[in-house]
Ligand binder design. Structure first.
Ligand SMILES: [Zn+2]
Length: 324
């Protein structure tokens, strides 16, 4: 008989952990598959990242140096996404909201239509096993590039992307710069998300949520520095899609054992547990649950509560034959 998720954690049964349905609501397509899959395709070993990188800048140095030279072509980019969808299925992910960067259109002669064709075919191919929901990814620096802004508007008009996310260096643009884009995405019925509060800045989390009308925040762990902001997020049911290993490796958090997700959870803020960039952080969603349990951050029952709660609200759009 298959173990429950709680027993899988306490008995450290990784197969049973993977078998339990989960969501991944914070994952970027560009670095979305495990490094080993890319190594197999390339036939060479890729240097792993250091255990600690200096914030986003440190990660970009590693990625540009080691990963990016292999990724700058359409075939490899397409390979990475498909391998990531397979990784997610093997890991028991039933809902995958993966951001597809608006710049990806440059790899297709017909622009966004090429992106939609590829991602749409993948979503259809794997639909029986996973609800792969394409998310429109906007790098913050795109706000200053009229061509990318107009492509982002065009992408929303396609009605293909189910959510929108904003990422990269927070100082690259103020949220005001993307207000019209978010208003349009909201009117189109897309779920509104943005990266904010990855490296502190609780008040900026609240300001960005209010300004852009966000339903969910990618990271947002800086909210833990303000009791008031945590209460506000809890009251307004704003969910934080947290990626614990990413936070530790980018030194937003010194070590997993003192991750603020504990304080956020205790303050009633809805949280989910996600992968971010598996090619860099090398952890699946199941690994992240296991890591949090083994570091003593949460009990097995609390992690099961987070898992079940994160399925609420998204699972109604998933095949109803899943064992929750
Ligand atoms: Zn992210």
């Amino acid at each position: 008989m298959e173990l429950s998720f709680v027993d899988a954690l306490t008995e450290d049964d990784t197969d049973a952990l993977r078998a339990a349905p989960k969501v991944d609501l914070h994952c970027h397509a560009y670095f979305s598959t495990r490094r080993r899959n890319l190594e197999t395709r390339l036939g060479c070993r890729l240097e792993p990242p250091p255990a600690k990188m200096n914030k986003l800048g440190g990660m970009i140095v590693y990625a540009m140096d080691v990963l990016d030279p292999h990724l700058r072509n359409r075939e490899t980019i397409e390979f990475v996404v498909e391998a990531a969808v397979r990784d997610a299925i093997e890991d028991g992910v039933v809902v995958l909201e993966m951001s597809i960067d608006v710049r990806r259109a440059a790899y297709y002669t017909d622009g966004l239509a090429g992106v939609v064709r590829h991602i749409g075919a993948l979503a259809a191919r794997y639909r029986p096993q996973i609800s792969f929901r394409p998310e429109l990814g906007i790098p913050r620096q795109a706000a200053a590039d009229p061509e990318l802004v107009s492509r982002a508007h065009e992408a929303i008009e396609l009605g293909f992307f189910q959510s929108i996310d904003l990422y990269d260096h927070q100082e690259a643009c103020e949220p005001e710069a993307v207000e019209p884009l978010y208003a349009k995405a909201g009117a189109a019925g897309m779920k509104l998300k943005a990266h904010v509060g990855e490296f502190g800045g609780g008040e900026e989390v609240r300001r960005t949520v209010e300004l852009l009308g966000l339903e969910e925040v990618q990271h947002g762990i800086g909210a833990a520095e303000s009791v008031e902001v945590m209460h506000w997020l809890a009251e307004n049911r704003i969910r934080l899609n947290v990626c614990p290993t990413s936070n530790v490796m980018l030194d937003a958090v010194s070590e997993l054992a003192c991750h603020p997700i504990r304080l956020l959870y205790d303050s009633g803020v809805p949280v989910t547990i996600n992968s971010d960039d598996p090619m860099i952080f090398d952890q699946s969603v199941s690994d992240e649950y296991r890591n949090l349990y083994q570091a003593g951050v949460f009990s097995a029952d609390e992690l099961d509560d987070i898992r079940r709660t994160s399925l609420d609200g998204v699972v109604n759009r998933v095949a109803n034959n899943l064992e929750l």
